[in-house]
Design a protein around this ligand. Structure first.
Ligand code: ADP
Ligand code: GLC
Length: 487
């Protein structure tokens, strides 16, 4: 029987993206379709979304959705999968990102913007949308991160017309929990019973991720290792006790990548396409990349970095290792934006090492393809990484990942340690411990030494490119979990 799932998210490619959540939410409907799961995605109507969806139909209206007039628009995602857009101009039509104003400050009414998303999801799942004279039914709600997590609390405490359905919440990043002061509780339109230690209350205020973790039938996160890590205070960031309490309801399912978009052999964004059998063709891409970043052509490895410039990503340490990297005969091309102090430190490093360190501040999807298609190794020195996608792109393109041993990074990269090299070389990259000068500089030295052994390096590239991190296995895992949750 086809299962109807409502996926609730604050971003999804190709409509709006600030990070990996958008890639995952955009790919899930396609990953689940082969398993007889019909997924409808619910997304806020930000300006970029409204501009891209084209022809729409209004399928429901609210006079006051948590106090705001709203409409539900029906469109399709990539012309294929059903998409519900929550059109509430007072909440979502503004300049800036989905979460912050153009200066970077979180919107003061984020609690209302995303509680409304959750309220709408619970209404829809409970049958508020009438299709051909009958309420449209959903079997399960899948909520992503704190911005959608209130859907689970509304389903539990205030279902539409008393109709609830099971729910699943996915933690993409425990660092963002959606905590707000006690004073908003009265405006959430929840019964008093929800204000409890096993409801929405968290440290005297409202914890939206916490509310979802406590209310959902099932909790997932995006790698098996992160699912274990969040049981500890450092990674659980306060919610470790609740994760422990949820016990076997917590699952770690790795993200996949969209191999229709991330595949070097047909990739139209690359100067030269290639496969594991035509690795030599990567040289064309490497030369083009050097030219793009103003780098000299040299024989040493070309490292690339594609990231948000934040502490999570270990980017405060990157400026410290630039001299070491250059001293090892390596070069670096970095694409990213974020923390102003990190941007400044990287710019200083680039000025110290012209022709060796090239940086591009900004966001550039096409360039990110060219970087994994031409770079030798991609550095991902994250302090924590629930899954991480750029190391998976690196693997698919034979741009070997150099990663800290955490979360999804440890689950997806096989370190070139002596055992892996001895076992006929099964390595696909380099893992290291310690996101600090000592850890990262040692990893760079080790990578440069491997690069100087072309046979070993090429073997690792082929191993990496042979890994299957498509959505095939993870799509099946989500489908199985949906079915066992709705039984
Ligand atoms: P996170 O979501 O924590 O930022 P992920 O690795 O899961 O980390 O996903 C990041 C996504 O954003 C990837 O698709 C990556 O390629 C992309 N990305 C990050 N920074 C940039 C950038 N400056 N330009 C282009 N793409 C970027
Ligand atoms: C978050 C995490 C990242 C993960 C992404 C998609 O942004 O930081 O590790 O890959 O979500 O799940």
């Amino acid at each position: 029987m086809t299962l109807q799932v409502l996926s609730v998210t604050s971003e999804a490619v190709p409509l709006v993206k600030t990070g990996g959540l958008a890639d995952v939410a955009g790919a899930l409907p396609g990953a689940l379709a082969p398993h007889d799961i019909a997924m409808t995605t619910l997304l806020p109507g930000y300006p970029s979304v409204l501009a891209k969806i084209g022809k729409v139909r209004v399928i429901h209206t609210w006079d006051a959705l948590l106090g705001t007039p709203a409409r539900l628009l029906f469109a399709t995602l990539e012309g294929e999968h059903p998409l519900f857009v929550l059109d509430a101009p007072a909440l979502y039509v503004r300049d800036g990102t989905p979460y912050a104003d153009p200066v970077g400050h979180d919107w003061a009414d984020n609690w209302r913007r995303f509680a409304a998303l959750g309220r709408a999801a619970a209404d829809i799942a409970g049958g508020a949308v009438v299709k051909r004279g009958k309420p449209q039914r959903f079997d399960l709600v899948h909520a992503h991160d704190w911005q959608a997590a209130m859907a689970c609390a509304y389903l539990r405490y205030a279902p539409f017309a008393g109709q609830s359905v099971p729910s699943l919440v996915t933690i993409h990043n425990m660092a963002f929990q959606g905590w707000f002061g006690h004073e908003i509780f009265g405006q959430l339109e929840l019964p008093e019973a929800a204000w409890s230690i096993d409801g929405v209350e968290y440290h005297g205020g409202v914890g939206m991720l916490k509310a979802g973790l406590a209310s959902a039938d099932v909790v997932t996160t995006v790698s098996p290792t992160y699912a274990r890590e969040i049981l500890s205070p450092v990674f659980g960031m306060g919610l470790q006790g609740l994760i422990a309490q949820r016990g076997s309801a917590v699952h770690g399912i790795l993200n996949g990548i969209d191999t229709g978009v991330w595949n070097p052999s047909p990739d139209p964004l690359l100067p030269a396409t290639y496969s594991a059998r035509t690795l030599a063709r990567r040289k064309v891409n490497k030369r083009a990349l050097e030219a793009q970043f103003g780098l000299d052509t040299e024989s040493g490895p070309l490292f690339v970095v594609i990231t948000r410039l934040t502490q999570q990503k270990g980017m405060d340490v990157l400026p410290e290792v630039l001299d070491h990297l250059v001293g090892n005969g390596a070069r670096l091309a970095m694409l990213g934006s974020g923390d102003a102090a990190i941007e400044h430190a990287l710019a200083q490093g680039a000025a110290r090492h012209p022709g060796r360190i090239g940086i591009r501040i900004g966001y550039d999807e096409a360039l990110s393809h060219q970087m994994v298609g031409g770079g030798d190794a991609i550095l991902v020195p994250s302090r924590f990484e629930p899954c991480g996608l750029t190391q998976l792109y690196g693997l698919a393109y034979g741009c070997l990942p150099v990663v800290s041993r955490t979360g999804g990074l440890s689950d997806t990269v096989i370190d070139a340690n002596p055992a892996a090299l001895a076992a006929g070389c099964v390595a696909t990259g380099v893992q290291f411990d310690g996101v600090d000068y000592a850890g990262l500089s040692a990893a760079i030295t080790r990578t440069a030494a491997l690069y100087r052994q072309p046979k070993v390096w090429q073997r690792m590239q082929r191993n990496a490119m042979a890994c299957d991190f498509s959505w095939t296995a993870s799509g099946r895992a989500y489908a199985d979990l949906y079915r066992s949750t709705t039984r």
